[in-house]
Design a protein. Structure first.
Length: 347
């Protein structure tokens, strides 16, 4: 009970620090399995326990204007209804125009048993999103006096656009995932209504639908250390997985492997995909280290080493941290009712 209380305070403390001053936006996480509700609504309640988590990503800190992204969630599995329910907060900020997006969403997923070893989960999410921008720090070409080298305060580019702009809308996402004790394969669709995100009244700027597919396979390596008291063997496994995303006109593929030598987790990823013009799109190599404690607390850190033309020296790569705490809330007998949980990556 004490361990569970400490774990909850760690996670809730991180959440309060993040959302006390966050301004936010849609993003991608290298540790995408550590942001399960954000990745696919079908993963709501997938642990078949109660789960609380936070994610933070600082992208390209070497640039003058970088990107900070945040996410926090809680989900719970209801055994009597084979259902998972969840609540998620997302946010990110681009510093140049102070462009930010905040999101709060409610998600639901249902688990269907196909056979003794195969299951299918289907889920959906409805979100309320708000975009904010402050344009006073931007400099347009019409403001520059090329003779004197001065910058004026009058420009036509922002006609009809308030300096301090706000816009909100409702968004929808759906997803599904098939899995057994070794493999998983899922797909999700975000922004299915392609909502208008324009700050200019009467103008249309649709947010393109984002389609994604994720899957993988897990192998047990065996030979783990045996616990002196429980006589249980620690897990030793290796998993291979992918995550593909397409949001017109861009697409991207992450592929990688994760070694779980309980309690240590080590992972390596490659991000890149040829573009429509058959040009190389080598974005980054990603290294991950994490620890998965018996108390239910998982801590992960990853670093993206940029290999694109942007360059690691210029961009500074990307740092990412995740915290997840999973525990049993409710009747202790429910632990024995757990079905086959998804053998996904931890991060």
């Amino acid at each position: 009970m004490f361990k569970r209380t400490i774990g909850v305070f760690i996670i809730l403390g991180a959440i309060s620090c993040i959302f006390s001053n966050v301004i936010a936006q849609d993003t991608q996480y290298s540790q995408f399995y550590a942001a399960p509700l954000y990745l696919n609504p079908a993963l709501t309640g997938a642990s078949e326990l109660t789960r609380v988590g936070v994610n933070y990503r600082n992208q390209w800190p070497g640039l003058d204007h970088n990107f900070n992204s945040y996410s926090a969630y809680i989900d719970h599995y209801i055994f009597d209804y084979n259902s998972g329910i969840g609540l998620i907060f997302n946010g990110s900020q681009e510093s140049m125009a102070n462009l930010s997006t905040n999101e709060i969403g409610l998600s639901y997923a249902y688990r269907l048993k196909l056979s003794e070893d195969m299951f299918f989960r289907i889920g959906g999410m409805v979100s309320y999103m708000q975009r904010d921008a402050f344009f006073s720090d931007l400099v347009f070409g019409t403001q520059i006096d090329i003779i004197n080298g001065t910058i004026g305060g009058i420009t036509d580019e922002l006609n009809g656009v308030p300096i301090d702009s706000h816009y909100s809308f409702v968004d929808y996402s759906v997803g599904g995932m098939f899995y057994s004790n070794r493999i998983w394969l899922g797909a999700s669709a975000h922004h299915i209504s392609e909502p208008n995100t324009s700050f200019v009244e009467g103008q249309i700027s649709k947010l393109p639908m984002k389609l994604s597919a994720q899957g993988g396979i897990k192998f047990d390596l065996g030979g783990g250390r045996r616990d002196y008291f429980t006589h249980a063997y620690s897990e030793r496994s290796v998993s291979f997985a992918f995550n593909y995303k397409q949001q017109d006109p861009f697409n991207q593929l992450d592929v990688g492997a994760q070694f779980y030598l309980e309690p240590l987790v080590l992972g390596v990823w490659y991000r890149g995909l040829p573009t429509k013009n058959n040009l190389p799109n080598n974005e980054s190599f990603i290294g991950l280290v994490g620890v998965s404690l018996e108390s239910g607390l998982d801590i992960g850190y990853s670093y993206d080493a940029t290999i694109s033309k942007l360059g690691l020296k210029n961009s500074g790569g990307a740092h990412e941290i995740s915290l997840t705490y999973t525990f049993l809330w409710g009747d202790a007998k429910s632990r024995n009712q757990r079905g086959r949980t998804i053998p996904c990556f931890k991060y």
